[in-house]
Every structure is written in C-alpha cells, then in structure tokens.
Design a protein around this ligand. Structure first.
Ligand SMILES: NC(=O)c1ccc[n+]([C@@H]2O[C@H](COP(=O)([O-])OP(=O)(O)OC[C@H]3O[C@@H](n4cnc5c(N)ncnc54)[C@H](OP(=O)(O)O)[C@@H]3O)[C@@H](O)[C@H]2O)c1
Length: 190
C-alpha cells in the first residue's frame, strides 16, 4: 500500500493500489509476476486458483545467489517449467522480460533492447507483445514455453558482461536482421 502511494506520486495520472497477492490476482485481468526465484513457487501457488483462465506473465529468472553470472538451471529445467507446475494447466502462462535490466525499465526513454516473449499459445503471446508495445518496447515472438530456458540462461551471461564491461545501464539484446519484417508489435508484414 505504501509503495503504491509512493509510485502514484511518481506517475501522475496512474491508478495504483496495493493488495495482497491473491486479492490482486483475483481482481486483475492479466497478471505480471516479478519476484525472485526463491519466492516464485510460493507466489504462483498462492495465485493459481485466482488466475485460472487468465494470462500470467512470469518474469522469473532462476538465479541462485551469489553466483548469478553463472547459468544454474533448476531441476525442473527452467523457471517456466516451475511456473507451469505451480499454476497448473488452466492458467495461460507467458514468460517475458528476462533480459531487460530493471534500471532500463525504470528510466524514461528507449530501453534499447528487445523483449523475448514465450508461451504455448500464439494469441496469448501476441496479447503480451501488444501490451509491451504500449510501453514503447519491441517484443518478439520467441516460441513456446520450452524455449524460455534460453532467455533465462542468457540473463546470467548478461550479468557477467555487465560486470566485465562495467555496463552501468545494463547490457541488453537487440535482434538484428528484422528490418521490415517485425514492427513494434512483433507482427510480420501482410
Ligand atoms: N532486476 C532485473 O534487472 C531483472 C531483469 C530481468 C529479470 N528479472 C527477474 O525478475 C524477478 C524480479 O526481479 P527483481 O530484481 O525486481 O527482484 P527483487 O527486487 O529481489 O524483488 C522484487 C519484489 O519481489 C517481492 N517479493 C519477494 N517475495 C515475495 C513474496 N513471497 N510475496 C510478495 N512479494 C514478494 C519483493 O517485495 P519486498 O521488497 O516487500 O520483499 C520485491 O518488491 C526476478 O525473478 C528476476 O530474476 C530481474
């Protein structure tokens, strides 16, 4: 609640309110989950029933401190697989934002990188891509949930690059070769 008030002050015209996870998920049309891997299963388990039939966008990267620049995948194979197991088949699971540094999202202006969007249902990926486009960010269809592990693993690579090259704003990934073949909404030309 206090954070919602603080953010409202920073974002004039926004409608922000604080609720517990389950109440927020029940009230929501679409849910974003942005919690550390250590909290992912508990949070997703808590909101599973409340999000049946809804799109849940999970941003979890399975980082295991302190060696976060080394890829360490969970026994389930990926954070996406953990999410699917916690949420069950009724939830329309999409994963995204693994490779965008929080500092880029917090700053005004172009984030300068792409967002990979994973999900087993193309229409649900497109809904999320369209939503991300309203933030002025290009998001791309990156395939089924089984592919999410690739972006999850890349985050550790980017953290290592940030350290090595002192990339204060955070390194990101921009897909090249798409000129004319993907607009800001990730769609192919007709
Ligand atoms: N930071 C990045 O640049 C970045 C980039 C790509 C992907 N990601 C992924 O996005 C996710 C969030 O990253 P982050 O850096 O924002 O993490 P974070 O700062 O460590 O945590 C984000 C929020 O999660 C909340 N939280 C933790 N456990 C919770 C629980 N059980 N119930 C409710 N809220 C809980 C924390 O609330 P409290 O403060 O109240 O504890 C905190 O506000 C992670 O999985 C991360 O790997 C992050």
């Amino acid at each position: 609640m206090a954070l919602a008030a603080e953010l409202s002050a920073k974002l004039p015209g926004s409608r922000l309110e604080g609720r517990n996870n389950r109440a927020a998920a029940l009230a929501a049309e679409l849910v974003f989950v942005a919690v550390p891997f250590a909290s992912q299963a508990a949070v997703l388990g808590d909101i599973a029933a409340a999000t049946a039939g809804k799109i849940v966008v999970d941003t979890t990267v399975p980082l295991v401190p302190p060696r976060v620049s080394q890829v360490a995948l969970p026994p389930a194979g990926s954070a996406a697989a953990v999410a699917r197991a916690c949420l069950g088949p009724e939830v329309r699971l999409v994963t995204a934002f693994h490779n965008v540094a929080a500092a880029k999202l917090a700053a005004d202006g172009d984030v300068g990188c792409d967002v990979f969007v994973f999900g087993d249902v193309e229409a649900d990926r497109q809904t999320v891509i369209d939503l991300i486009a309203t933030m002025g960010i290009r998001a791309l269809h990156a395939g089924p949930l089984a592919n999410s592990v690739a972006a999850e693993a890349l985050t550790s690579v980017l953290i290592g690059i940030n350290r090595r090259y002192k990339a204060a704003g955070g390194a990101g990934i921009r897909v090249t070769g798409l000129a004319g073949s993907a607009d800001a909404r990730g769609r192919q030309p007709a």
